[in-house]
Design a protein. Sequence first.
Length: 387
Amino acid sequence: MRHARWLKTNPDGGANPELAIYHVVSRVVDRRFVLGADQKEHFRMLMRMYERFTECRILSYCFMTNHFHLLLEVPEGCEKGEALELSDEELLRRLGGLYSKTYVSGVAREIAEARALIAERYNGAERLDQAGLAQNARMGERNLDEIHARYSYRMHSLSEFMKGFLQRFTRWFNRENGRRGTLWEERYKSVIVEGGLACRTIAAYIDLNSVRAGIVEDPADYRWSSYGEAVGGGRGAGKARSGLVRALHGHAGREGTARGWAQGGVAKEYRRILVSTGTEEKEERVTKGKSYLAVIRKGMSKEEARAELARLGKDAERDLKIGKVVRCRVRYFTDGAVIGSKKFVNEVFSASRERFGTKRKDGARKPRGALQDLAGEIWSMRDLQRE
């Protein structure tokens, strides 16, 4: 049975809104390695286009050859079916992030025609009687509502962001490679993430994908990640930096800005988390009677890591705990349904009580294994201790 996706809701109707953040993972069908440099570049371009169109915000990302991770913040009021109240100018601005100038100009003409019908009622037109003017005004208002509704339902929505983004990439990929059919394996996975500790932990987990896979020693060297883009400079660096600022401090009401990356100390703070976990690990082995040290986990040498941490300044104890966790492959981060403090998980549980049987009294479950260093600070909705 296909269950409805877990979505963040505010029981108080938004009077005290919290960040709605999701860790999203999707894999290529049959887990084939098909995403090369050109594909990743196009993928990132489409991701930014849909970010501008929907106003959903990318906090962290990493594209690998057969899967990807996103940490995505969705604006308040999403997924509830309400029509967004956008001005004509704002609607056209957002459309410009996704569609061509010719297409947006066509929509602008439709809006202008609808506005003209409405304006006739109030500008002293004499060619129609008042009843006719009122009828035209109603038609103009109806047309205007239909134009806005045609696009606004796709904004401020996790589901519509992922649907549009992945479908457009699939069409491009199939056209380039002469193939047909789906490119992605099943439905994408999504986990609700609390702002603060859980959010910064998963952001780092995402940016360390390339290190865990043994592709690079330093996450700064992997260009297809938010951290690699942030430190690499270039046209997209500002977006990547502002997203990471938001990931680390959005829970405190801090707006993500590129300036906050360096001047606000976030660059050093995030670097400490990543470096404290990215060290190479070796294991003594014996072959034909000779012992040697085999690399079992790639990364910076311990000497390089120590030197880098000394340059960055004193480590926060919590940063070190995060560092130990995010180097591991943690199933809770993709299958835990909800990740955050005990209070946060229980609040989401209460808002979704109908999903569970009567025997279950609360939602928060203390994670095991690799998350032991953060046990008591990070909780999960699902109990995954039996893998």
